[in-house]
Design a protein around this ligand. Sequence first.
Ligand code: 13P
Length: 304
Amino acid sequence: MKVNDTAAEIKRLKEQHNAIILAHNYQIDEVQEIADYVGDSFALSKLAASTHADVIVFCGVHFMAESASILSPDKIVLLPDKNAGCPLADTITPEALREKKKDYPEAAVVCYVNSSAEVKAESDICCTSSNAVRIVNSLEENQILFVPDKNLANYVARQTHKEIIPWDGCCITHHRVKVEDIEKVRQYHPDGVIVVHPECRPEVVALADHVGSTSEILRFSRESRAQKIIVGTEMGMLYRLKKESPHKEFYLLSQGLICPNMKMTTLTKIKDALETLEPQIKVKEAVRLAAYGTLERMLQVTAG
Ligand code: 13P
């Protein structure tokens, strides 16, 4: 099937099933093009919680579809490729977290949204990269066990008086960016502005001109007067960045900025998922209820 025919078929199936297509900013260009909404983890969670659609097609990775299902249990949530996982989320298990909590009985547990439903169920509150500092500062506890991203934990620690105890996990894609990449770019593009995701190493974050979630990087790039922007996050971002600011130049900070899991979703897989209503993502009710509380508390803190 040609790309246009597949897109037309997706549109037909979407209407037939009263479905909505949510896509993360890292998805491939043609998936972003047919999605109803493209956004960062936080925006997509909010949409999943409030949509009136019967079916949510989540073009992202497993934990994102799982969060949608936790927030909207009555809806069918489809992940077009069930193998699209997140190596960062896989760095922590609920058993290991339970053990760690014993060492810090006074600590509040903040879990990054890049975590499994079971880990969310063991945590007090969730956060995304766009609200992590706000979430941590909203808590009464002074000691925070922050899981599973140590780089985001470090980024938060620099902006709060609370004691942050990081889990030893990281995103292998963002962690690939090195100080040498920044030095090289500064040499070749001295007039460029460097924006990075807080999942990058602390020494990279320290040298960047601006730090933010994927949507914050998009906002910054739209509003900044800079004409040349160097992006330290997954390459899928380039599509929307160029679309929103066609007169600006965008470069990737490092060649390694590709997440293979985010690239697993294709138009054909979306069409197949809508045809068969599979693969569905569901969470066991006891886990879902506990994880729901963790996500809902984040939505409440950020609602005002
Ligand atoms: P955002 O919430 O910034 O979109 O990040 C999601 C993610 O998984 C980054 O690797």
